[in-house]
Write a protein that binds this ligand. Structure first.
Ligand SMILES: [Ca+2]
Ligand SMILES: [Ca+2]
Length: 211
């Protein structure tokens, strides 16, 4: 105890010899330097964050493709009826959208939300027994992908880091390629998925599973 008290005393003695406090001018200079450093760092931080969002979208676009392929492997079919429509969805979203299909639109939006409805049977958004899409298309109640909380909005839509809904298309006519209606695009795969990217419209910054 005595030794500790002596130590404390020594400390307070050296505190008495401590350098004087900063003057206002010195403080202002320090604040100025910090402001300049922040100004230099912020664009770099923004770039890193933007890159982070793009990689997250890329990861999720690939996860969507893999989930649908796993779904097909499990059930040996896509969740569509004879007209290649996804049942239980609004007309503007129900077309599977392959070129040449009747009434096909160019894409399927995931709002309804199709992905989470079918692939996340025990999510907190709905009760399995009330979820007709899941009962119809995923009777084995398999969860085909991980849905991160920050990637699903309040209505259960799977959304990209900019809040846009992911798009996907399936090779519903079984010819080994996906061909969106109203485009010249042909992708030799059974599933494609994409995000509209930071600007939320069709443009060069889209994140596409096939590029
Ligand atoms: Ca096809
Ligand atoms: Ca875009």
């Amino acid at each position: 105890m005595v030794k500790r008290a002596g130590h404390l005393l020594g400390k307070s003695e050296s505190a008495a010899e401590a350098p004087r406090a900063f003057t206002l001018v010195e403080l202002l200079v320090v604040i100025g330097i910090m402001a300049v450093l922040m100004g230099l760092l912020l664009p770099a931080v923004n770039t890193v964050m933007k890159r982070g969002s793009v990689s997250k979208a890329r990861m999720e676009v690939n996860a969507v493709v893999n989930a649908w392929k796993a779904y097909y492997n499990e059930y040996g079919r896509w969740p569509v009826d004879n007209n290649n429509w996804i049942l239980g969805t609004y007309p503007e979203h129900q077309a599977a959208g392959e070129r040449g299909q009747p009434n096909a639109t160019s894409e399927i939006l995931m709002n309804e939300p199709i992905m989470t409805n079918i692939m996340y049977p025990d999510s907190s958004w709905w009760n399995y027994n009330d979820n007709m899409m899941c009962k119809l298309y995923n009777p084995k109640r398999i969860q085909f992908m991980e849905f991160r909380k920050d990637s699903v909005d309040d209505s259960g839509n799977l959304v990209d880091p900019w809040g846009g809904v992911y798009r996907f298309m399936l090779d519903v006519n079984g010819d080994g390629k996906v061909e969106p209606a109203n485009t010249n695009l042909t992708v030799f795969d059974t599933v494609i998925a994409w995000s509209l990217g930071p600007d939320g419209t069709n443009s060069a910054d889209d994140i596409r599973s096939w590029q």
